[in-house]
Write a protein that binds this ligand. Structure first.
Ligand code: TRP
Length: 459
């Protein structure tokens, strides 16, 4: 269907996904993560449910999918790590070589994001044995809350768990595209969806399923605020893993025959399905025990364990829940370090092993900052934010949207339409729709987010 910009540097087959399904599962693995299962339910809960979910779905469809396509397209045509891919496409378009900084931004963003992602993923991993040993059975709600707070107070175990997450990630990513990323995605993603469905089935036995469905899907626009809309938007980018070079590097392993539009839509559908199923697994339980749906970040580490401690078979299904959360987090973690690994191996000519050790060490050191911001470093603050909060704000609020904006502008206005049309399967009505969305809607909306964030406009 399409030719790569530089066929001479096309990846060898061993450096490509062996099937279209493998790419879809790996990209869905990148997309489905803590964002879907930890963050989506609590932000939806805090922002009133149905109306928020509706706005979120619009953001995914109208902004998220075109941006995902743009990022995959750059990778697929560039055929290299994000920095080299941007450089070679800029060359092809006769544009400034400085565009390669967008690739650099992506590599750095993924790297920084992983440094706190491994810490939260570590909480999930820690909760598997904690739940499995029946710790929550019969505990009072305050006691469960105290347990979570106590867990965050101890730096050493936290470091141990996040180190384990990092080692598991490097162990997979270090094996390369086919033997590592692809094999893991083919095994873990179907498992993840099976776990999710089992948990939704379990939640439906509480008799409060209808209430959850109503909460999630019945829009009450009085409950939606302007900041809720912005949160929905930011989350749509985050959940699809846009703007951090992850989809770019995964796109670079994609064979030229595969349709970017169709696969991107499928990835977005799988990601959305995972978020909605997570909500349907969590809210019936929350309602059945008279708990708060807007429980904040503690929703799944405090609210849910309270319920698991009281429900029949709560220990079994609670353990399954944290197992599922850990799987989701791991497959996302792969995608956050792969851009850096590919850059180190291709640009710095390191072996994958060396690159993994080097990249992993850097992430490990940085992750200490996040660990300490919950205990001994809780008052090392910048403008009232802890290290963790500052990093999250910088990345989710600024670096990811900026990366996404620049990638959108690059495919929309810098690359030649013939080149983008070639990657997207030719000039068609669907292609034109993509071009309009990526040229106008996406940049305008992202600029509005920035203007609002720096206080130039108030929504
Ligand atoms: N989408 C993942 C989640 O929902 C997080 C993630 C993985 C990500 N890779 C990314 C976010 C790249 C931005 C960019 O948890």
């Amino acid at each position: 269907m399409s030719n790569s910009a530089n066929a001479s540097t096309s990846r060898a087959p061993a450096q490509q996904w062996s099937t279209r399904i493998s790419f879809i599962l790996a990209a869905a693995g990148a997309a489905v993560g803590l964002g879907n299962i930890w963050k989506f339910p609590y932000v939806a809960g805090e922002n009133g449910g149905g109306a928020f979910v509706l706005v979120y779905l619009f953001c995914i469809a109208l902004l998220g999918v075109p941006m995902l396509m743009a990022e995959v397209l750059i990778g697929r045509r560039g055929q290299q790590n994000p920095v080299n891919s941007m450089a070679s496409l800029a060359r092809e378009a006769g544009a400034k070589p400085a565009w390669k900084n967008v690739g650099r931004l992506g590599v750095v963003t993924g790297f920084l994001l992983l440094s706190f992602y491994v810490v939260v993923a570590g909480w999930a991993l820690a909760y598997i044995p904690i739940t499995a040993t029946g710790t929550f059975v019969g505990l009072q709600p305050q006691e469960v809350g105290q347990m979570f707070d106590g867990h965050l107070q101890q730096p050493l175990p936290l470091i141990g768990w996040s180190t384990l997450v990092l080692l598991l990630t490097l162990g997979i990513v270090g094996r390369g595209v086919r033997k590592g990323l692809e094999k893991a995605a083919n095994l873990l993603m179907p498992l993840l969806f099976v776990f999710l469905l089992i948990l939704v089935g379990y939640a439906s036995t509480t008799g409060h399923f209808g209430e959850a469905v109503e909460f999630m899907f019945k829009p009450d626009f009085d409950k939606l605020t302007a900041s809720g809309v912005l949160i929905a938007l930011g989350h749509a980018f985050f959940t699809l893993s846009i703007g951090g070079g992850a989809m770019m590097i995964y796109g670079s392993y994609l064979s030229p025959q595969v349709s970017i539009a169709r696969t991107s839509i499928l990835v977005a559908i799988l990601d959305t399905a995972a978020a909605l199923l997570a909500g349907l697994a969590i809210f019936p339980i929350v309602f059945a025990y008279g708990l708060e749906p807007g429980g904040g970040p503690g929703l799944i580490f405090v609210t849910l364990p309270i319920a698991f401690g009281q429900m029949p078979l709560g220990t079994l299904f609670g353990t399954l829940f944290f197992l599922m959360l850990s799987v989701a987090a791991l497959t996302s973690a792969f995608s956050l370090i792969e851009p850096a690994i590919a850059w180190l191996t291709e640009k710095r000519l390191m072996s994958r092993f060396k690159a993994s050790v080097l990249g992993g060490s850097g992430i490990w050191l940085l992750s200490l900052g996040t660990v300490f911001s919950f205990n001994i470093g809780a008052d090392w603050t910048l403008a009232g934010k802890t290290f963790f909060e500052s990093l999250d704000y910088l990345i989710s609020g600024w670096m990811l949207p900026l990366g996404g904006l620049l990638m959108a502008l690059f495919t929309a206005w810098v690359m030649k339409p013939e080149a983008t049309a070639e990657e997207l399967g030719g000039d068609s009505a669907a292609y034109r729709l993509w071009l309009v969305l990526i040229r106008f809607l996406v940049p305008v909306v992202i600029m509005v987010i920035f203007l609002q964030a720096i206080g130039v406009i108030t929504l």
